[in-house]
Design a protein around this ligand. Structure first.
Ligand SMILES: Cc1cc2nc3c(=O)[nH]c(=O)nc-3n(C[C@H](O)[C@H](O)[C@H](O)COP(=O)(O)O)c2cc1C
Length: 344
């Protein structure tokens, strides 16, 4: 097994069997509550959660975050996640496709996604460190083609690279490289973090170079410095284990850019129930996403378990919409949430 496949396998093992999550910080949603509306006029049975995802109509405001690919284990996981995406008619991301360029032997673990994910948007994925290498630019179209991607996702993971053995920590020229990709391909580019969050200032820089979607992937769920610390059996550095901006903060502040830019705002990072989803949307997100919680549920409860879980989250979302007099997702985005300390 080559170095990258081995690393991917270790990431999967740690995410499934260990607990690489923030322990001194939350996703921030616990600091908020909904404003109950005693005179709700919503009929819960007619609530429609259909959401626009780059001109695709998806049934619910949720997608499966980019996770894996490039190992034989990933074949099976990606096939099952694709079945979930297909059953729920939601978008699904593939894990970093670097391995496809560096070593074509595990190409099937990416292609399998399109085989099972019928009629749903699939997202290609590459990391910042690869985006920075000019030699990758000419190969990007092949990454898109193999999964017939509707969206190209670039992940920013400076914290992870810092704690990864042989991590790549020179990000000079990142924005120019992202702009080159935006100009080269004819599908929208989304930029995501992996658990440290994207702040308003960074989001604005990304939007200025033509990025069409921001997935904040904030702090509060999986910590990728934690994954690398566990992997490298390093001395645990609790400060950096917990580094990052809470997801709620990222959503609330990046949402302010909606006044001046047209983009899709995706809430992720520690999304683990329907309340987190409803709070994300109430703070301005267009849709929400989750990674490790979905992976763990898949491993424990298989495809049906994940479908059941996501459906239960949507039921919770509808209950909250009903109780806050929100007939539509747009209604939920207008003054339906408050900081808890103001509700006294
Ligand atoms: C096993 C695993 C592998 C991941 N690999 C990738 C990847 O290749 N590319 C990427 O953009 N994000 C990757 N992520 C990060 C997730 O997409 C997500 O941003 C992050 O885990 C935070 O979300 P969570 O708290 O719901 O897990 C991975 C996550 C997991 C759990």
């Amino acid at each position: 097994m080559n170095k990258i496949s081995k690393r991917k396998k270790e990431h999967l093992d740690i995410c499934i069997n260990e607990n690489p999550t923030f322990n001194t910080k939350t996703n921030g949603f616990d600091k908020y509550d909904f404003v109950h509306c005693a005179v709700t006029e919503v009929d819960i049975s007619t609530i429609d959660l259909v959401t626009d995802f780059f001109n695709h109509k998806i049934k619910i405001p949720f997608l499966i975050s980019c996770m894996t690919g490039g190992t034989s284990e990933a074949d099976n996981i990606n096939a099952k996640l694709s079945e979930v995406a297909s059953a729920l008619q939601i978008p699904i991301g593939v894990g970093s496709q670097r391995e496809m360029i560096d070593n074509s032997s595990n190409i099937n673990s990416y292609g399998v996604i399109r085989k099972y994910a019928k009629n749903v948007p699939v997202m290609s994925n590459l990391g910042a460190a690869q985006v920075l290498q000019k030699s990758y630019l000419s190969k990007i179209q092949s990454l898109i083609d193999i999964v017939e991607a509707s969206v190209f996702v670039i992940h920013l993971n400076p914290l992870q690279e810092l704690f990864q053995k042989d991590g790549e920590v020179n990000f000079a020229g990142l924005l120019n490289s992202i702009e080159s990709i935006v100009n080269k391909i004819n599908i929208p580019v989304v930029v995501k973090e992996v658990g440290s969050g994207i702040d308003k200032n960074s989001a604005q820089k990304l939007l200025n170079v033509g990025v069409k979607g921001i997935d904040v992937a904030g702090a509060g769920g999986t910590s990728w410095s934690a994954v690398e610390m566990i992997r490298n059996k390093n001395i645990i550095d609790n400060y950096f284990w917990n580094w990052g901006l809470p997801t709620s903060y990222c959503i609330r502040t990046v949402n302010q850019l909606k006044m001046d830019y047209n983009f899709l705002l995706i809430a992720s990072g520690g999304i683990k129930n329907g309340v987190d989803i409803a709070k994300s949307i109430a703070l301005g997100a267009d849709l929400t996403a989750s990674a490790r919680t979905i992976l763990k549920t898949l491993v424990n409860d298989n495809i049906d378990g994940v479908i059941k879980l996501i459906n239960s989250w949507m039921e919770t979302l509808k209950k909250i919409m009903y109780l806050t007099n929100s007939a539509s997702l747009d209604d939920l985005r207008t003054n339906k949430i408050q900081e808890k300390e103001k509700l006294i």
